[in-house]
Design a protein. Structure first.
Length: 396
């Protein structure tokens, strides 16, 4: 079972200290001169644990991927990081364990080229880095030492399979142990860069070390709440330098009805919105939904941050959902159970601000705030919806 921290705080530059916060893991193992600079790590049980970090483009360019790993069992072909096609020619790259060490595998259409290390110890931290220099060679580095270079080419290895930490692209082989500080570059790192990076977390990377950096996952904390598809981990390297995208909702207080908000009577004709105050969601199973002209569409698999404020909720039953054609995704905080016998999973939000991170399961452009028949009205205000930038990962 994957163990990962539940703190919502993103660490700054950190030293080698022990932190035990729920499932935040910091390992005080004897590791000789090497141990990762991290407040935590993700644990993979070698059975069915992995982190899906979405599709990462790979075609004919240079690639580097690095990580700190603590292997509890060496298993042949068990990926630390896989950006490889799940079927067909298995195009792409895997940084993985062998039966007794580490391996970098590059497959360019039925031709598999592997660089392997000498045998290594279990229960010891190692820094591992694989580099594809598409104009010449591929290199495997273990604790900054280069091993087993192999000649490669720049064949196009474009594919659409999502990249994963901790398992192969087809889920056939799983990694056993701990992983942290995973970095992925569209560049061929030099040995000097590899040796420098191995002693840093994301906050300590230099500007030049972030050049061509696609994503970096410290794997020491998780987003505070997430709905529907598992726990979400940060990509510490934000797209465009910003953690969040622009506002997707501009009628954040309903605007007294607002040009962007439509009011609809949900299941009966008794509640209506004739007397509503512009922010109140009346009872009788009515709802308010967002349908912008021109619209926005949630992208399936991407993570979003929804913020809103509830007030005047005495004994309300509320629900927030996103709707598509023929389907709904429930976005109720902390996965409220369906206490009233319905299939909608209504829950009660306390008065105050609510922040919900969730992974989009449906592509749509309608957000619904539901009230529930027989309970009190409540007010909704300060509604904000933003994309969380980067290649955030989902633990499975």
């Amino acid at each position: 079972m994957i163990g990962l921290g539940s703190s919502i705080a993103k660490p700054g530059k950190i030293g080698k200290r022990i932190v035990r916060d729920n499932l935040v893991l910091k390992h005080d193992y004897n590791a000789g001169s090497n141990q990762p600079v991290s407040t935590g790590a993700a644990y993979f049980d070698g059975t069915n644990d992995y982190i899906d970090v979405g599709t990462i483009a790979i075609s004919t360019g240079d690639v580097s991927v690095s990580a700190w790993v603590y292997v509890t069992t060496f298993t042949a072909y068990a990926p630390i990081f896989s950006n490889r096609e799940s079927g067909g020619s298995r195009l792409g790259i895997e940084l993985r364990t062998s039966s007794d060490g580490f391996e970098l595998n590059y497959d360019h259409g039925g031709t598999s080229i592997s660089s392997t290390s000498a045998a290594k110890n279990t229960n010891q931290w190692y820094h591992v880095c694989g580099v594809l220099d598409r104009s010449g060679n591929q290199y495997l580095y273990v604790d900054g030492v280069q091993t087993d270079p192999k000649s490669i080419n720049a064949t196009d290895v474009t594919h659409t399979t999502t990249a994963r930490i901790g398992t192969s692209s087809n889920g056939a082989t799983d990694f056993s142990g701990y992983v942290c500080n995973v970095g992925y570059w569209n560049a061929a790192l030099t040995q000097a860069q590899v040796k420098s990076i191995m002693h840093k977390d994301y906050a300590a990377l230099s500007a030049s070390e972030k050049t061509d950096l696609v994503s970096w996952w410290n794997l020491d904390s998780v987003i505070d709440s997430d709905i529907g598809t598992g726990v979400v981990v940060y990509d510490n390297h934000y797209a465009g330098g910003s953690e969040f995208g622009s506002e997707l909702i501009t009628g954040g207080d309903f605007g007294g009805g607002g040009a962007n908000w439509n009011t609809t009577d949900g299941w009966d004709d008794t509640g209506g919105f004739g007397a509503w105050d512009g922010e109140s969601v009346p009872l009788h199973n009515n709802y308010i939904h967002q349908t912008f002209a021109g619209g926005y569409a949630l992208v399936v698999g991407k993570v979003y941050k929804l913020t809103f404020t509830i007030s005047n909720s005495a004994y309300g039953r509320q629900q927030v959902t996103f709707s598509g054609v023929g389907t709904e995704q429930e976005v109720t905080e902390e996965n409220f159970p369906s206490g009233d016998g319905s299939t909608m999973g209504y829950g009660t939000y306390a008065n105050g601000e609510h922040i919900i991170y969730f992974t989009a399961e449906v592509a749509n452009n309608i957000i619904n705030f539901y009230g529930h028949d027989g309970y009190s009205d409540f007010n909704v205000d300060d509604i904000s919806l933003k994309l969380v930038n980067g290649n955030t990962g989902t633990l499975s």
